[in-house]
Design a protein around this ligand. Sequence first.
Ligand SMILES: Cc1cc2nc3c(=O)[nH]c(=O)nc-3n(C[C@H](O)[C@H](O)[C@H](O)COP(=O)(O)OP(=O)(O)OC[C@H]3O[C@@H](n4cnc5c(N)ncnc54)[C@H](O)[C@@H]3O)c2cc1C
Length: 372
Amino acid sequence: MPASLAPLWDDGTWSALPVLEGDVEADVCVVGLGGSGLAAVHELLASGARVVGIDAIGVGGGAAGRNGGFLLAGLSSFYHDAVRTLGRERALAIYRLTMAEMARMQAETPTLIRTTGSLRIADSADEEADCAAQLAAMQRDGLPAEMYDGAEGRGLVVPTDGAFQPLERCRTLARYAVDAGALLFERSPAVDVDAMGVATPNGRVRCGRVVVAVDGGLERILPELRGRVRTSRLQMLGTAPAPEVTVPRPVYARWGLDYWQQLPDGRLALGGGRDVGGDAEWTDEASPSETVQRSLERILRDRLGARAAITHRWAATVSYTSTRLPVAEQVRPGVWATGAYSGTGNVLGALLGRAVAQAAMRGDSPLLAPFA
Ligand SMILES: Cc1cc2nc3c(=O)[nH]c(=O)nc-3n(C[C@H](O)[C@H](O)[C@H](O)COP(=O)(O)OP(=O)(O)OC[C@H]3O[C@@H](n4cnc5c(N)ncnc54)[C@H](O)[C@@H]3O)c2cc1C
């Protein structure tokens, strides 16, 4: 059976939103309707702003609707690495903010989120020592983590992490936003962004402030971020129900380079192998490659022992910074940007989407302090 290029998460039931035609006015325009942009839209609505949101593809059309579905606290770097680079106070403040954001996400869309915990599994003695160092740093700072030695291997478990349906969450947030008065447009790419507004091929949003909430391709929309932000492709595959395999909670293996989870109906979603793809993965092209897909297939068959058919193969782009600290700041007068979560943006993106929305309205946000 040929695999679908759509993500496993797409049940095909979305009714498209309109294209922006002509001029509209708003207090704030949000560019990008992934998890981060939609968090910004809701924060803006709550502050009483008139909001227009636009997306080049559609709601959840980028990484936000095409990812692994892990909800992980913290930055993309492991906690002890974040402590080393940022200092204990900032690393801990960021970790706590992301834990609070996860609780908020759970309250917003309770049926789409499962608090399963997550596993980090070591693939070598070196990595086992690194897991021990991570565990020690987390426990010293009172963060929830325990040693793990079980069927998947050895490492650590973070009991407060979870899994979710990323595309359905974006769609649900978009429906709520439209009901609350936001004007959202699909297939409407921003081609020009400044403090006066946002131009798209068929229309313009006139507004005083703009929030750009785009992960992959952020440096293409805002070229001043080139050199600091770099776009990369990440890939996944999905299977039919695999009753021969039991994965009770999302697994992060080989320094986080490979990852998989099993949905309640038994299907598997497995991603990673970015390093196997090499330099070819530094690309804007969001389509699966043979090299990486072969590597994912080997993990599925040889490591997990799954025999189920592969039904989906998909890719999307995200962006990275060398420090692993995301971008969340005013980049042009009146234009705020958030993105570059270095591969772990589901929770961080929601948090920083809200943070830049607050900053766009009030000039600053307390949520941004530990990221500055
Ligand atoms: C395969 C894969 C697996 C991943 N797994 C995980 C995981 O398990 N856990 C985790 O935390 N993170 C994961 N990530 C990262 C995570 O998906 C992203 O960091 C996060 O979803 C980013 O969401 P976002 O809303 O910031 O950006 P995006 O999803 O990139 O959304 C931006 C939106 O902007 C739109 N856009 C782009 N350019 C324009 C333009 N010019 N005009 C208008 N709209 C535009 C896009 O169409 C898109 O819909 C993964 C990513 C991938 C690709």
